[in-house]
Write a protein that binds this ligand. Structure first.
Ligand SMILES: [Zn+2]
Length: 344
């Protein structure tokens, strides 16, 4: 009897840590300080709800070397640093040339979260509000994606859905329609407005704050979809993070705390609400106000965890060639199997 009970508990523990659907949202230029100020001013009801119900930290980090959009999103998708021997090496932040891919730029194939999900027969999607995200569409299309060597051959096209819209509300409507009809198991959404407003009017100014209020509405619609759709309800985990923050009218200085300090929130299936660093004692370390290099033995939680976290939530292994969260040990629950036994 107890053997059966153990088996049931083991199966339940495995199920409890997985999701059928994972949605990652990257809010362009969402610096933690600006987010928290607006939450405290009761301007962002859905972000506020996230903070009450999520495993999260406001003290996550961007890439160490570079705090701009396309390189950091490439890190989210590939779970690699930007530079160095294991980096993805995409440093440009403009629309890529028509013949350029992540792979031609690096001189070797650069796999991402969409490779692993797609090759395991899952449906994948990318929704973006900047044209430069064509980099990912081209890099993972039928002409440039790697052959599928995993199980059934699902072909080289790693992205089933790619959508560009200029404005986040229209993008959100498209996402909700797709998820209500032909849902993707692995989705990445990019919301651009806070970045544009920050460059035009300054981070933390009225236009920037209004852009965050717009994003909060979009976030609320997606949270509502997850909470009410019969297919998604109880089986979906949402990740919300950012590529960088900002200060003044730019975000280029990678040593600036307002640029490198970003939120990382995980909400929904499998989550124990609380401080993400508390759930990750021994495997990640809150960096305080510091800017830890990749050589530090205990790393902060970084936006580049996203790719491998998405896969671990889907019960899939890590991205080939990845270097961040490759052990998939970032935990979103209180359970702490890796905690050392306290010696007396
Ligand atoms: Zn920018």
């Amino acid at each position: 009897m107890s053997r059966w009970l153990s088996l049931v508990l083991i199966l339940f523990a495995n199920w409890a840590h997985s999701a059928d659907y994972v949605i990652a949202i990257s809010v362009d230029a969402l610096g933690s300080q600006y987010l928290q100020a607006l939450i405290q001013a009761d301007q962002l009801p859905h972000f506020k709800q996230l903070e009450m119900e999520a495993a999260y930290t406001l003290n996550a980090r961007t890439d160490f070397d570079i705090t701009v959009t396309l390189p950091n999103h490439t890190s989210m998708i590939t779970s690699r640093p930007i530079l160095g021997p294991v980096g993805h090496h995409w440093v440009k932040n403009t629309d890529p040339a028509a013949d350029m891919t992540l792979h031609s730029n690096r001189g070797a194939y650069v796999a991402g979260v969409f490779d692993v999900a797609h090759d395991h027969s899952l449906r994948t999607g990318l929704w973006a509000t900047k044209t430069k995200f064509s980099l990912f569409r081209i890099s993972y299309d039928a002409g440039h994606g790697a052959p599928d060597m995993t199980g059934e051959n699902n072909g080289p096209n790693k992205l089933d859905v790619v959508v560009y819209e200029l404005a986040s509300p229209a993008l959100t409507r498209n996402f909700i329609t797709t998820m209500s009809t032909q849902p993707c198991q692995a989705s990445l959404i990019h919301f651009a407005e806070p970045d544009s407003a920050g460059h035009t009017s300054g981070w933390g100014n009225e236009a920037y704050n209004n852009a965050l209020i717009t994003i909060d509405t979009c976030l609320g619609q997606i949270m509502d979809l997850i909470a009410t759709n019969s297919l998604l309800k109880g089986k979906t985990t949402l990740i919300v993070t950012a590529d960088h923050g900002g200060k003044g009218r730019n975000h280029n200085d990678a040593d600036e705390p307002l640029n490198y300090t970003i939120p990382f929130l995980v909400w929904g299936a499998g989550v124990t609400p609380g401080d993400l660093y508390d759930w990750n004692t021994g495997v990640r370390q809150n960096p305080g106000t510091n800017h830890p290099a990749y050589t530090d033995p205990l790393q902060p939680i970084r936006n580049s965890e996203v790719g491998n976290l998405m896969l671990s939530l889907l019960n899939l292994g890590p991205i080939p060639g990845s270097a961040i969260n490759t052990r998939q040990d970032l935990r979103i629950t209180r359970s702490t199997p890796a905690d050392p036994v306290q010696a007396h």
